[in-house]
Design a protein. Structure first.
Length: 82
């Protein structure tokens, strides 16, 4: 039996005013997911990890077999560790 799994790459963009993700099928180059969220208020850097975690859970990112992650930062983050 052949296993049907899609390997994908995730791009995560984070700033104090937004977070966005895109997930791309690495074989077909098909965009599987693209989501963006603007925060209502400025989010302190030390609180961004929880905001990103909520955003990823809301968009079921754990359902994807991610083999590559790219992090794009809006500014210097000394608390957020990729």
């Amino acid at each position: 039996m052949k296993e049907n799994s899609i390997n994908s790459s995730l791009t995560l963009s984070v700033g104090n005013h937004f977070v966005s993700i895109s997930i791309l099928d690495t074989s077909s180059q098909e965009l599987l997911l693209s989501k963006h969220k603007n925060f209502k208020n400025f989010v302190k850097t030390e609180l961004l990890d929880s905001e990103v975690d909520i955003f990823l859970n809301e968009n079921n990112v754990n359902d994807f077999n991610v083999e590559d992650v790219k992090l794009i930062q809006e500014n210097d983050f000394y608390v957020l560790v990729p």
